[in-house]
Design a protein. Sequence first.
Length: 130
Amino acid sequence: MPRRKGIRIPREVWLKSRPHRVTEEYYRNEDGNIVIVVQLEYHGIMGKLLKIFSITPPPKYKKYILDKVGSEIWKLCDGKHTIEDIIKRVMKITGLSRRNAELATYTYIRQLVEKGLIELIIPTPPGGGE
């Protein structure tokens, strides 16, 4: 079984991490949900192929439409709130148990990181990590 890429950090450190939005290009739609707008860039061979073979021009933007819970999580990804804060908020608005809220938050945050929409500010342990 292939290993997933990424950095493994202890759970306690992850809970103290602070997610920070990489983009501030977002708005609320008529349903009150957050829509994130990301400009797409086409580089290298893929960009050249798209220009040559596309009948219509490739899209310049990609939109991510978040649901109610996702929108709440996005608002808290401000670099000030910790993952622990976000889990407590998810528990409050969904009624999920601590374990399920933590798993759901982990999965959602991981997806946002993989899409390049947020970065995690991981706290350094006292003593500089020694």
